[in-house]
Design a protein around this ligand. Structure first.
Ligand SMILES: [Zn+2]
Length: 323
């Protein structure tokens, strides 16, 4: 999945901590048991010795099989003694077993040379938590999107009923998030301020992150600033790489950013790179099609209007109704 290198590092650090914690707990318990049941130490030594002998047997000729069989018998009886001793002294029988969070990889993060599923799961959690810490994702869900703010009367000019239109938009976004994969289409959300574009794009971002995809969400201004700092100040925190390569990029409020040569070139670079690699983008904007064309080059707008699924938001400013 397209998570940033930083999220991967965070996940691996947590896995390492899980492992050292588990092993430290086991060591502490071993000391506790040895203090109470001194005999246990010699049994453990015996078990360790059989392991050493077993390694020696690898290079042995002839009777290796017989030798190994006797070793495993010894080891089994030692294990049995150990189990009985623990129970006799009031410990659970698995008290000395290292208790890893993930038994598949023993908290190493790797399973048969492949990244373990527990790392993927952690990265998903970290990504969602960081999305929530920056944005009101938990408040902006599909469930909390209230259609009652949209008028049921048709607009006299267009004949569109905002309530019905926004009901369709909501249903589309929900389905989009549920079906999301790396081949999902890019979306273009447009309409005036306060019609719920940010709410629905956050709802999609939250749901898609929960599904385990790497999502970058940000205002165009914020994301472009980060790219600019990397480009000119050498502050490489992997932002550009993540913006270009994440599974889903949500570019909120395109057109509200301070327009510079850099920002126009960067927007082109983002949209073009992601189009070529087939990775979806969700753009939201308050600008009209005409304004967009004026602000960006045709190279940019032709990409948006040629390949994006367009969702027109309508109604009156929801935030004014709340006042
Ligand atoms: Zn694992």
């Amino acid at each position: 999945m397209g998570y940033s290198a930083d999220i991967y590092r965070q996940a691996m650090r947590m896995i390492e901590r899980r492992r050292t914690d588990a092993e430290a707990t086991a060591a502490m318990r071993r000391r506790e048991v040895y203090a109470k049941v001194p005999q246990m130490q010699s049994i453990d030594d015996e078990i360790a010795q059989t392991a050493v002998h077993a390694v020696k047997a690898i290079g042995m000729q002839g009777d290796a099989q017989k030798f190994i069989a006797s070793l495993s018998e010894k080891s089994l009886s030692a294990q049995e003694k150990r189990r009985a001793l623990l129970l006799e002294n009031g410990f659970p029988e698995d008290y000395l077993k290292v208790s890893y969070t993930c038994n598949k990889c023993s908290d190493t993060g790797f399973c048969d040379g492949m990244r373990c599923s527990c790392v993927e799961e952690l990265m998903r959690q970290i990504a969602y938590a960081s999305l929530c810490s920056d944005f009101p994702v938990e408040r902006s869900t599909f469930e909390s999107f209230n259609l009652d703010f949209y008028s049921k009367r048709a607009d006299p000019k267009s004949g569109v009923v905002p309530y019905a239109r926004m009901g369709e938009v909501l249903a589309f976004c929900k389905q989009y998030a549920a079906d999301f994969d790396l081949h999902s289409p890019s979306l273009f959300l447009y309409g005036e301020t306060g019609l719920g574009k940010t709410h629905l794009s956050l709802a999609i971002a939250g749901a898609v992150t929960q599904k385990g995809f790497g999502v970058i969400y940000g205002s165009a201004q914020n994301l472009l600033d980060r790219m600019e700092r990397e480009r000119f100040k050498g502050e490489d925190d992997g932002a550009t790489e993540a913006i270009l390569g994440c599974d889903l990029l949500v570019l909120d409020d395109l057109g509200a950013e301070f327009s510079t040569q850099f920002s126009v070139a960067a927007v082109y670079n983002i949209l073009n790179t992601r189009m070529q690699s087939g990775r979806p983008v969700i753009i939201s904007t308050n600008l009209t099609v005409k304004e967009l064309e004026k602000r960006y080059t045709r190279r940019i707008t032709s990409r948006i209007f040629g390949t994006y699924t367009t969702l027109a938001f309508c109604g009156s400013d929801v935030r004014q109704l709340l006042r």
